[in-house]
Ligand binder design. Structure first.
Ligand code: GLC
Length: 456
């Protein structure tokens, strides 16, 4: 069995034998390394026993994540006080002594993490990833290794601890983001050219990672970011991953510490990884990750859902970001958008979660997902009258609106299928989904249909 044959749905039912077979098959995968943060390890045949251990447990470790599908990313730190986005310290060349005041003025309201977790649940999300430490080096947790952390600055609280509890209380899986790049630590840049600085900084980095993976119980995802300025050898990434899996044997790790890890992370774009490799598209809700006071470029619920559906169609996850303001509150437009997304998912979640790869994609008004022999047609531009799928290669047995269960008439011939007698106005919003029961796996063959004499 190829790794690619393992879909979200059969991961739920696959036994240990098939899991082992797939784990072995993983060596056939070709990780996509064309990422700006660059993966060094170009060998896809690991010889290191630790790497082999990780690869053999990957399918089991990642089963929940494939089911979870939709997650909340949270960028939160002292940069929210300034409200110029999370790169401000770099983009505006703010000296450290000046930036320090944002650490002191960073005063999140009590219970803000509970608010994020409730919002994630409302939006239909199943996991969360919080910035434990972003590029400004600020640790949202209690560290013995630095004073630049939430317990010793403005918050006077352990924000990671509050977040982990809040997420667990809402039944969310828990992820922590960790930026290797650090603009605050004196060795953060110097480590590139000074071996003494590198040794100190690697110690510090491994030490902080040890803290976040030791002090908060089970952590489900470690989400690395920007490995500048070191390579995998410089970060001692293999030793780092060994420590991570020793501390948290069931954790999953992304691909940004210059090792391939468990999944790829296309950023602000949707691009399926090849060879059956897991992937997650991360995206902002407006144009910024961290709070940006003037950013009103909100994506609509329709855009969010189209993105989610596009990820799901190709078996990817969608990690959607919120950037709370300094008191921890989520901008009201973001709350409204996420609530609307969640309402749609309440009605149409069957077409999103635990689905299979979907081959059908040619249409200007709809996008598709699939579960077994059921095809879900998500119509985003409602034209009333009828809706059609050209070149459908299977027999339609029945069709209904997913949200209401109301049957939909259809006419099928060798050219495709038309759903007829549709109401003038879309019955659901922002997309209307038709669940189409087929006699075998639905696929599409449009070149065939164009060549057919039946069109003449
Ligand atoms: C980029 C940005 C960073 C953000 C991340 C999310 O790496 O530098 O600010 O946290 O994307 O993927």
């Amino acid at each position: 069995m190829k790794a690619f044959d393992q879909t979200r749905r059969n991961l739920l039912i696959g036994g240990s034998t098939s899991l082992a077979a797939v784990a072995t098959g993983l060596y056939a995968q070709t990780p996509t390394h064309a990422q700006p943060w660059g993966v060094d390890n170009t060998s896809i045949w690991p010889t290191d026993p630790e790497q082999i251990r990780e690869d053999h447990t990957r399918i089991q470790r990642m089963a929940w994540w494939h089911q979870a599908t939709f997650g909340m990313f949270i960028h939160f730190g002292p940069y929210a006080v300034l409200g110029h986005g999370e790169w401000a310290i770099n983009r505006e060349a703010i000296p450290i002594p000046e930036y320090s005041r944002y650490g002191k003025e960073f005063l999140p309201a009590a219970g803000c993490a509970a608010g994020w977790a409730k919002l994630a649940k409302l939006a239909g999300m199943k996991y969360m990833v919080l910035t434990a430490k972003h590029h400004d080096g600020f640790c949202n947790f209690n560290s013995r290794l630095t004073n630049w952390c939430s317990t010793k600055q403005g918050p006077q609280r352990d924000l990671v601890q509050e977040y982990v509890k809040a997420a667990r209380d809402e039944g969310m899986r828990v992820g922590l983001y960790y930026s290797l790049m650090d603009w605050h630590h004196p060795d953060g840049a110097r480590c590139f050219s000074d071996e003494g600085a590198r040794l100190r900084f690697v110690d510090y980095t491994h030490g902080l990672i040890r803290e976040i993976l030791t002090n908060y119980g089970k952590i489900d995802v470690l989400w690395f970011d920007v490995p500048w300025p070191l390579d995998a050898t410089g970060w001692e990434s293999e030793r780092m991953n060994k420590m991570i899996f020793d501390l948290q044997p069931e954790i999953i790790v992304n691909d940004r510490n210059r090792l391939p890890g468990d999944f790829s992370t296309p950023e602000q774009r949707i691009e399926a990884a090849t060879g059956g490799r897991a992937w997650e598209s991360c995206m902002t809700l407006n144009d910024n990750w961290g709070y940006q006071i003037g950013d009103e470029a909100w994506k609509s619920p329709l855009t969010i859902l189209r993105n989610l559906i596009t990820c799901v169609r190709d078996q990817g996850n969608y990690l959607l970001n919120i950037g709370p303001s300094a008191d921890g509150s989520v901008p009201v437009p973001a709350q409204k958008i996420l609530a609307e997304v969640g309402e749609w998912l309440n009605r149409n979640g069957d077409s999103i979660f635990a689905t299979d790869h979907c081959q059908i994609r040619q249409n200007n008004t709809s996008i598709y997902t699939r579960k077994g022999n059921t095809l879900y047609m998500h119509i985003f531009a409602w034209a009333g009258d009828y809706a059609a799928i050209a070149g459908l290669q299977t027999k339609v047995l029945s069709a209904k609106f997913l949200a209401s269960g109301q049957p939909v008439h259809f006419i099928q011939n060798r050219l495709g299928v038309r759903f007829t007698d549709l109401p003038n106005r879309a019955p659901d919003s922002p997309l209307t989904t038709i669940a189409i029961e087929c006699s075998s796996e639905p696929t599409q063959n449009t070149p065939w249909e164009r060549a057919s004499d039946e069109l003449r």
